[in-house]
Write a protein of this length. Structure first.
Length: 603
C-alpha cells in the first residue's frame, strides 16, 4: 500500500510518500516548498506534477485551515504528531515534548506516558523567532534560504534584537552598514531564534525534547539550542513530521477517494476577511488644522526645538513673541542621532541664511534626546509626553487625549487640566507604527509611503487584517489578493490594521476623553486619522504639521521655562552646531538594566 501525507503549513507545503510492504514502512519521497501565501496554487501544482499519483492508494492532509477546503481525508496536527511519534519511537522511550518550529508559530506539545499529546503551549502573536521572521530578514540581505543556513554555520553570532521583524531589520541594516559580515548577522538571527525557543520551554520539566518543523533544518539554531539543552534531537523526517504522521494515519484508515480532476479537489474558498467601512465615510469626523508658517526677520528672537526620533529627526525654529514657526525640517535619523541633528541645523541655517537673528534656547526631545543634547550643549532635555502635550494644548487647551503614532513608537497620553495623568506606549512590536505601514505597503504591494493615503481612501470594502504582526501580514496580503480584493482595499486594510493595534495594544482599556488629538509623522497620511475615527466613531483633531509636534512642543516648553526662570537664556549659533563634531572614544555593552532587554547594544 502507498499513502501520501500532505501538511499545509503557514509558509510551506510538505508531502511524504509512504509505502508499506510486509509490515515494513518506507518513505519513498518527500517534498517541501514555500507556497508564498497561496497554498491552493502550490497544492494543485504538486498534484498535477506528482509522477506517481496514480499509484497512491490513500491520501490524508493536515496542517492549517486550508486543509478544510480540500476534499480529502483530514486530521489535526496533534494527531499527526502522535502517529509520527509512535512510529519513530516504537522501540524506545518517547520524548517528553515535541517542539514544532514553524513558519508562523512555535508550538510545544507535551507528551504523556502513553505517547499522546497531553497539552499544547504556543508562543505569542509576535513572529520573532519563527521561520517567516527568518525568511524576511535573509531576503532583505539578498540571501536564499540555503545560502543563509550555510552562512549561519560559518559566522560568529552578531547580537540581534529578539523582537519585532521591522525593528530587527533596523538592527541588521545598521550592522551591515558598519561592515558586519552577513554570516555573523545570520548566525545572530539563529542565536536569537534559539533563545526564543529556550524562553518558551525553560521553566517546563522536560528532559528529552524532539524538534520538528522547518526549524529542524537550521543546524546553526540547533547547535545554539544544544548549548542549553544537549538532549534536543531531530527525529527522522523531522522537517516533514506532520506530513509523515498523516501518511502513517492513512495506512490505518479508509480515506476519501481522489477526484477524477485535480481542480475539483479544492472546494470554494470562503471570504477570509470581515470588512471595514470605507475610510472616506469618516471624513466628517476628522478635523485637519492648519497654521501658516512665517519667515525669520532681522532681529528676531527664536527658540530651537529638536525631536530626535527612532526613524526621523525633526527641528523647528520658533519665533518667541508670536509662536510662529519660521523654519523647519523633517528627515531620516538613519541610526545616527548626532549626524541627523547636524543635518537639521544645516537645513535651518540654509532656510534662514542672510538674516541676523538670535537663538536663545535649544530644547531636545525624542528617543535620541540625551546624545543630541550633549552634542548641542544644552540642559533642556524634555521627554516626549511633555513635548506633545505642550504642543497639543497650545492649539486647544481643552484637549484631554493624545494619540501619537511615530515611526517605531506609539504613545497614548491622557491629560487632566492640561497635565499628563496617564500614559502608555507600545512594547517591542511595530504593528501599530509607521514602520509597519511603510514596510507592508512597500514590500508586499510596491507602494511608496506617500502614495498610500490617496489609494487607501478610494477603497470600498477594506479587509479586516486585525492587529496583525508585521511578519505575518504579508501572508494575509497575498490571500487577499488571491481572493480578488483590490490594491486600494488592501491598503485601506493595512491602515485600519495599525489603528486596531494602537486601540487594542497601546490605548487598551484606558479612557478616551472628549477632545482627541492625533499627532506624529504617520498623520501626514490622511488615511490613518480617518481609520482611527472610523474605528472609534469619535471626532479626531489633527494639529498643523503633526510630525513636527514634538519639536514644536519642546520649543514651546523651553520658552515657558525661560519665562518662568526655570531655565536661563543661552546663545546658540547654527554655524557652530553644524561644525561641532562628536568623537566616539570608547564603547561598552549595555546589560539591559531593569527592563531585562535582550538587545545587548554596543554603546
Amino acid at each position: 500500500m502507498r499513502t501520501l501525507g500532505i501538511c499545509f503549513g503557514a509558509t510551506t507545503l510538505q508531502t511524504v510518500l509512504l509505502a508499506e510492504k510486509g509490515g515494513a514502512k518506507t518513505v519513498e519521497r518527500t517534498t517541501r516548498e514555500l507556497h508564498e501565501g497561496n497554498p491552493k496554487r502550490a497544492f494543485l501544482d504538486f498534484m498535477r506534477s506528482h509522477p506517481g499519483l496514480s499509484s497512491v492508494d490513500r491520501i490524508a492532509v493536515t496542517g492549517r485551515a486550508f486543509r478544510k477546503c480540500v476534499s480529502l481525508s483530514s486530521i489535526a496536527e496533534p494527531e499527526a504528531v502522535e502517529y509520527a511519534l509512535h512510529h519513530v519511537y516504537r522501540d524506545e522511550k518517547m520524548p517528553d515534548a515535541v517542539i514544532s518550529s514553524g513558519g508562523e508559530t512555535q508550538l510545544v506539545y507535551a507528551i504523556n506516558r502513553a505517547g499522546g499529546v497531553g497539552s499544547v503551549l504556543a508562543g505569542n502573536k509576535c513572529a520573532s523567532g519563527t521561520g517567516e521572521f527568518f525568511l524576511q530578514q535573509i531576503r532583505r540581505m539578498g540571501l536564499s534560504l540555503e545560502e543563509a543556513l550555510e552562512l549561519a554555520q560559518e559566522g560568529t553570532p552578531h547580537r540581534i534584537a529578539g523582537r519585532c521583524s521591522v525593528f530587527c531589520k533596523s538592527d541588521c541594516t545598521h550592522a551591515l552598514n558598519k561592515g558586519e559580515a552577513k554570516a555573523n548577522i545570520v548566525a545572530g538571527l539563529c542565536l536569537m531564534m534559539a533563545e526564543k525557543i529556550y524562553e518558551l520551554i525553560k521553566d517546563l520539566p522536560f528532559e528529552r525534547i524532539a524538534l520538528v518543523g522547518g526549524g529542524s533544518l537550521n543546524k546553526a539554531m540547533i547547535q545554539r539550542l544544544r548549548e542549553r539543552y544537549p538532549q534536543i534531537e531531530v527525529p527522522p523526517h523531522g522537517a516533514h513530521f506532520e506530513a509523515f504522521g498523516a501518511a502513517l494515519w492513512a495506512l490505518d484508515h479508509e480515506c476519501l477517494p481522489l477526484a477524477a480532476k485535480v481542480e475539483k479537489l479544492v472546494t470554494t474558498l470562503p471570504d477570509s476577511f470581515a470588512r471595514h467601512r470605507p475610510l472616506r465615510e469618516a471624513e466628517a469626523l476628522v478635523e485637519f488644522k492648519t497654521s501658516p508658517h512665517g519667515s525669520v526677520r532681522e532681529g528676531d528672537t527664536c527658540i530651537l526645538g529638536l525631536d530626535v526620533g527612532s526613524t526621523t529627526t525633526k527641528a523647528v525654529l520658533l519665533r518667541s513673541p508670536d509662536n510662529v514657526i519660521v523654519a523647519s525640517i523633517y528627515l531620516r535619523t538613519n541610526g545616527d542621532p548626532v549626524r541627523a541633528s547636524r543635518e537639521c541645523y544645516r537645513a535651518l541655517r540654509e532656510q534662514t541664511g542672510g538674516v541676523s537673528f538670535a537663538i536663545t534656547g535649544l530644547g531636545v526631545t525624542g528617543s535620541g534626546r540625551q546624545i543630541a543634547a550633549l552634542h548641542g550643549l544644552t540642559d533642556n532635555v524634555i521627554n516626549e509626553i511633555i513635548a506633545h502635550a505642550t504642543a497639543a494644548t497650545h492649539f486647544d487647551p481643552a484637549v484631554d487625549t493624545i494619540f501619537e503614532i511615530g515611526g517605531q513608537d506609539a504613545k497614548y497620553t491622557y491629560l487632566t487640566n492640561g497635565v499628563a495623568s496617564d500614559y502608555a506606549m507600545n512594547e517591542a512590536c511595530s504593528a501599530g507604527t509607521g514602520s509597519f505601514l511603510e514596510e507592508s505597503a512597500k514590500e508586499s504591494l510596491g507602494v511608496a509611503t506617500e502614495e498610500i493615503a490617496e489609494q487607501a481612501i478610494r477603497g470600498e470594502a477594506p479587509p479586516n487584517f486585525t492587529d496583525q504582526c508585521a511578519a505575518f501580514i504579508s501572508s494575509d496580503i497575498k490571500v487577499a489578493g488571491q481572493e480578488g480584493i483590490g490594491r486600494e482595499d488592501i491598503l485601506a486594510g493595512l491602515v485600519y490594521s495599525i489603528c486596531l493595534n494602537y486601540v487594542n495594544r497601546v490605548k487598551g482599556p484606558r479612557p478616551t476623553g472628549i477632545k482627541i488629538f492625533m499627532q506624529g509623522g504617520v498623520c501626514y497620511n490622511r488615511a490613518v486619522p480617518l481609520a482611527m475615527a472610523s474605528l472609534m466613531q469619535a471626532r479626531i483633531v489633527v494639529p498643523p504639521d503633526p510630525g513636527l509636534m514634538g519639536a514644536f512642543g519642546v520649543a514651546l516648553e523651553v520658552k515657558n521655562r525661560i519665562a518662568s526662570g526655570v531655565t536661563v537664556p543661552q546663545v546658540f549659533d547654527l554655524d557652530e552646531l553644524v561644525a561641532r563634531d562628536a568623537v566616539r572614544e570608547g564603547s561598552f555593552t549595555c546589560g539591559g538594566g531593569r527592563e531585562k532587554c535582550d538587545r545587548k547594544c554596543e554603546i
